[in-house]
Design a binder for this molecule. Structure first.
Ligand SMILES: [Zn+2]
Length: 302
């Protein structure tokens, strides 16, 4: 088969499917040859096959449009008619997963004075011409005298309304060399080339450090050695158990042996007294002693 005219045929027919039908080949074969010849299917960014169906139907009746128009200061419309604020949307499968988002978008555009009309892929594949005709009938559109068809082929760079002129360079706060603004993000709101420059700067300017706790670990160690409750130390210095013991180990502080066994907790003496009191009470009342250990009830296996 001769694939040399593929590019021209694809541009004329609009979709791989149409090309495949004209060539008597499979769609995947067309796609493969298109890839080999470097033919860009045109979307995302450009027009999808469904949008192309709508476009060619509009061209047939001579109604000018802008494809990929920036509308409502926020969205890109598939097709915006030139003669009326009417937006035609070709809903592929993507729409099915974004029904909610698209509804929000429609509400915004309607509020901006646009009429949004959506066509499903099935409707467009069955007959894009009828779809366009229904719009013409409903809104009384007439063919333009000099129809303009503006088709955005790319959303990149200067063609995108959000374009701010490309990467902007700023001077690194540490070494002063040029770097991209987004190169290395930090919490200190200063640009750096990389983490190396960031680290060097932070060592030189500890007062700008975003760290919450600047602890004097010697204080922590001396408090611990003086016999303070680890819970109190943790609360006081805002650190966790792991951090506390890691640093104590690092400084060679000998851990206090943790008391274990019954009544070993903070309220050990109190609970021991309570247990004794209950025990005495039961004995006085002629009840069997509780099977208890460490002040806790132990359920008897039965
Ligand atoms: Zn630097």
């Amino acid at each position: 088969m001769d694939w040399s005219n593929l590019k021209a045929d694809y541009e004329r027919l609009g979709t791989y499917k149409a090309v495949a039908a004209a060539y008597g080949a499979s769609v995947s074969a067309v796609g493969q040859h298109a890839r080999e010849q470097g033919i860009n299917p045109g979307y995302p960014g450009g027009s999808s096959p469904l949008e192309k169906l709508l476009q060619s139907a509009l061209m047939k009746v001579g109604i000018g449009f802008t494809a990929g128009a920036y509308v409502g200061n926020r969205y890109f419309a598939d097709i915006l008619l030139n003669q009326a604020p009417i937006i035609l949307e070709a809903d592929g499968n993507w729409h099915k997963i974004h029904v909610e988002r698209d509804a929000k978008r429609d509400a915004h555009l309607t509020a901006c004075g646009f009429k949004v009309i959506r066509f499903t892929g099935a409707q467009l594949n069955r007959g894009a011409d009828q779809c366009v005709q229904s719009v013409i009938d409903e809104y009384g559109l007439t063919p333009d005298a000099d129809p303009q068809y503006v088709i955005r082929v790319s959303m990149m760079g200067a063609e995108n309304p959000h374009w701010t002129g490309g990467p902007q360079t700023v001077a690194c706060a540490q070494c002063g060399s040029e770097t991209s603004r987004n190169n290395f993000r930090t919490t200190v709101k200063k640009p750096f080339c990389n983490s190396k420059c960031y680290g060097a700067y932070m060592s030189a300017h500890p007062e700008e450090s975003p760290r919450k706790y600047k602890l004097n670990w010697d204080d922590v160690a001396s408090r611990y050695k003086a016999g303070a409750d680890p819970d109190d130390i943790m609360r006081e210095f805002g650190i966790g158990k792991t951090t506390l013991y890691r640093h104590l180990r690092r400084m060679g502080v000998e851990f206090r042996r943790k008391p274990r066994g019954p009544y070993s907790g903070k309220y050990g003496d109190e609970s021991r007294a309570n247990f004794r009191r209950g025990h005495e009470q039961r004995r006085r009342n002629g009840l069997a002693p509780l099977q208890g250990q460490g002040g806790r009830f132990v359920r008897k296996a039965s």
